[in-house]
Design a protein around this ligand. Structure first.
Ligand SMILES: NC(=O)c1ccc[n+]([C@@H]2O[C@H](COP(=O)([O-])OP(=O)(O)OC[C@H]3O[C@@H](n4cnc5c(N)ncnc54)[C@H](OP(=O)(O)O)[C@@H]3O)[C@@H](O)[C@H]2O)c1
Length: 344
């Protein structure tokens, strides 16, 4: 399969079990359009958005924090044109301050949630958000209060389904007891497997769909850059992630050799092998998995969609198995931003 010959539409799955909304088995992450990964060609990004629905990539992921609202606003015309063809997901909980650009406060209190949803609805230009995630957990606020407030939004018709991001397995179970949770979105890739400690098992038990974010390791797994400090612009967030620069990056790039070998054997790209591996977690762990790779280029969107048609053999999976355990450097500069920090 070449990288550009994808035609048709990808297979579909249901989020959160048999009664959940139907989506393409791979979704789309819109974050990089507005922030974090360098400059964006807006016309190319709009064209990429059109390619999503053409290819059946229908779970569209944004958050209020991406570009401080700009990402939701950028999506609005696309959403208006394709409202019935997509499942629209956004998130609340990370608060920014105009006077302190690097400040990231976590807000889970009900009053904040009620305000955040109104802002997202307005920016997206919709009456209802299909899937509303709590982006990060503030352990000082009882989970029952936050999920209770989210459940009120469902009853009020502002939101259809609930999701959580970067929560532990125990937190997912606690939340689910308050209201069914449709999706858990956390980082999961060949380089980042800490979710397998508890979150994946809990999601499988509860019938919660797992939505792996950064399934391409923020681009590193594709070989598109080798050292963030040398290869990426000064504003690029990846320069601050310990695993992508200097000695760590050099060691981590060497770990990609089996990915490249398997890609060559299939006649596909390393990006496609990285995505096929994440997709195949579904069979390995017994749950629905809908990765949401992000790109601003139509050709890459189609390349990524084509990865849903690749099946890795048991030997290939075994060759990829040791990679995550050998990665040098954390996935965030501040790991308190992740669920694993609350798992000890
Ligand atoms: N819940 C959370 O806390 C959280 C955190 C991070 C991300 N997310 C969500 O997850 C989505 C995906 O994660 P992500 O964007 O961080 O990382 P990712 O999907 O792992 O990687 C995105 C990067 O890979 C590049 N890329 C994409 N396809 C490629 C291909 N086929 N070949 C080569 N390079 C390729 C993109 O560049 P181009 O854009 O230039 O193509 C971009 O730089 C985000 O958009 C966001 O919606 C959620």
């Amino acid at each position: 399969m070449s990288t550009t010959d994808f035609t048709g539409r990808i297979d579909t799955v249901r989020l959160g079990g048999p009664d959940g909304p139907e989506v393409g088995a791979q979704g789309f992450g819109a974050m990089g359009i507005s922030e974090f990964y360098g400059d964006t060609d807006e016309a190319a990004a709009r064209d990429t958005l059109e390619a999503t629905v053409e290819a059946g990539v229908t779970l569209i992921d944004t958050a209020d924090i991406y570009g401080s609202g700009a990402n939701e606003e950028f999506l609005a015309p696309f959403v208006a044109a394709h409202r019935d063809e997509i499942v629209l997901a956004t998130k609340f909980a990370i608060e920014r301050r105009a006077d302190a650009p690097h400040h990231r406060g976590i807000r889970n209190d009900p009053a904040y949630i009620r305000e955040a949803v109104e802002n997202s609805l307005r920016r997206l230009g919709v009456e209802t958000i299909d899937l509303y995630y709590m982006h990060r957990r503030d352990p000082d606020i009882p989970l029952a209060d936050s999920v209770g407030a989210m459940a009120e939004l469902v009853r009020a018709g502002k939101v259809r389904h609930l999701g959580l991001s970067e929560v532990t397995g125990a937190e997912l179970r606690e939340a689910y007891a308050v209201h069914p949770i449709t999706a858990l979105q956390s980082e999961w890739s060949l380089f980042s497997r800490d979710v397998e400690r508890s979150a994946v098992g809990a999601a499988a038990d509860l019938g919660v769909t797992f939505v792996p974010y950064s399934p391409l390791g923020r681009g590193f797994l594709t070989g598109a850059f080798a050292d963030a400090t040398k290869d990426l612009s000064t504003s690029d967030f990846r320069r601050h992630q310990p695993r992508f620069s200097g000695e760590n990056a050099e060691r981590n790039a060497a770990l990609l050799e089996p990915v490249r070998k398997i890609a060559a054997a299939h006649g596909v790209t390393p990006a496609q092998i990285a995505l096929a591996w994440v997709q195949q977690r579904s069979a390995v762990h017994g749950l629905t998995v809908v990765p949401i790779p992000g790109t601003r280029k139509r050709a890459r969107l189609l390349e990524n969609a084509a990865a849903t048609r690749i099946t890795l053999t048991a030997d290939e999976l075994a060759a990829l198995e040791p990679i995550a355990g050998q990665v040098a450097g954390d996935r965030y500069p501040d790991m308190s931003f992740t669920s694993v920090a609350r798992e000890g």
